[in-house]
Design a protein around this ligand. Structure first.
Ligand SMILES: NC(=O)c1ccc[n+]([C@@H]2O[C@H](COP(=O)([O-])OP(=O)(O)OC[C@H]3O[C@@H](n4cnc5c(N)ncnc54)[C@H](O)[C@@H]3O)[C@@H](O)[C@H]2O)c1
Length: 255
């Protein structure tokens, strides 16, 4: 158990008011960590619910509003975390958006929004988190990428999303090498198709049946499936791993 024990550590999760981020925040708490729940003001109800679940699990939780596309907002959020908990040990950068459009018609504003949130946002978070972790003597950053960083999703028109996630994967290795001597590990976690609000509108119903057929395990993942992997990356169990990408996709990329 001790390899996966996060007791006494403090973690922050971005995008923790919904979907995967909400479940990962609770999963880190279930393994001992105290949590900062970071998300947009518009997601406040979801963030408050996450905080409530973390407290029910017996850990301390604080909700901090952030827009990851705003560097100053990110810096203040990380500072608020450190003021509350005294240090930052674990950061999971999960905030993200999806959008679909044929590439030849993709509007520049949609391109920019997806890159700003999914890639630039992760970079701003890593910058502030690493500085806090240097102060603490080290830490573990986990960036939520996607299998779309490595494959092209059949039938989905999302050049900007795929490019943003490939960017996150390589940014992760690059930052890991810059910070390796200062004891800050940086890894990415790349989920396959996971049932969350991001892929649950009526326009997704038909596609989801296709995703199930294309996945060797025959089902979509759930946020629960990502708890073990994120705890592994956050905890001492992965002490000799940095710059890596952990694919959790029911075998999808093997076919
Ligand atoms: N659902 C999937 O199949 C899947 C697969 C692979 C990767 N992912 C990735 O997992 C992450 C979480 O996705 P999800 O499925 O839980 O989606 P979700 O929509 O349920 O959650 C995304 C969260 O990010 C927050 N967010 C968006 N823009 C933000 C901003 N500018 N600042 C702060 N927070 C912001 C949203 O408010 C929301 O709470 C994303 O990075 C997504 O790309 C999802």
């Amino acid at each position: 158990m001790s390899l996966f024990d996060l007791s006494g550590r403090s973690a922050l999760v971005t995008g923790a008011g919904s979907g995967i981020g909400q479940r990962l925040a609770l999963g880190l708490a279930e393994h001992g960590a105290n949590l900062s729940i970071l998300d947009l003001p518009v997601q406040r109800n979801g963030s408050d619910r996450t905080a409530e679940m973390v407290r029910e699990a017996g850990r301390d939780a604080v909700v901090i509003e952030v827009d990851v596309t705003d560097r100053q907002s990110v810096a203040s959020a990380v500072q608020s975390h450190v003021e509350h908990f005294g240090r930052l040990d674990v950061a999971v950068n999960c905030a993200g958006v999806n959008h679909s459009s044929p590439a030849e018609e993709l509007d520049p504003s949609d391109w920019k929004r997806v890159i700003d949130v999914n890639l630039t946002g992760v970079f701003y978070c890593c910058q502030s988190e690493a500085r806090a972790m240097f102060e603490a003597g080290g830490g573990s950053i986990v960036n939520i990428a996607s299998m779309s960083a490595s494959i092209v999703n059949r039938g989905l028109l999302q050049a900007h999303y795929n490019a943003s996630k490939a960017g996150v994967k390589h940014l992760t290795s690059t930052l890991a090498m810059e910070w390796v001597a200062r004891n800050v590990r940086v890894n990415s976690l790349s989920p396959g198709y996971i049932m969350t609000p991001m892929i649950s509108g009526p326009e997704w119903a038909e596609k989801i049946r296709g995703f199930e057929d294309q996945t060797p395990m025959g089902r979509l993942g759930t946020p629960d499936d990502l708890v073990g992997p994120v705890v592994f990356l956050a905890a001492d169990a992965s002490a000799y791993m940095t710059g890596g990408d952990l694919l959790i996709e029911g075998g999808f990329t093997s076919w």
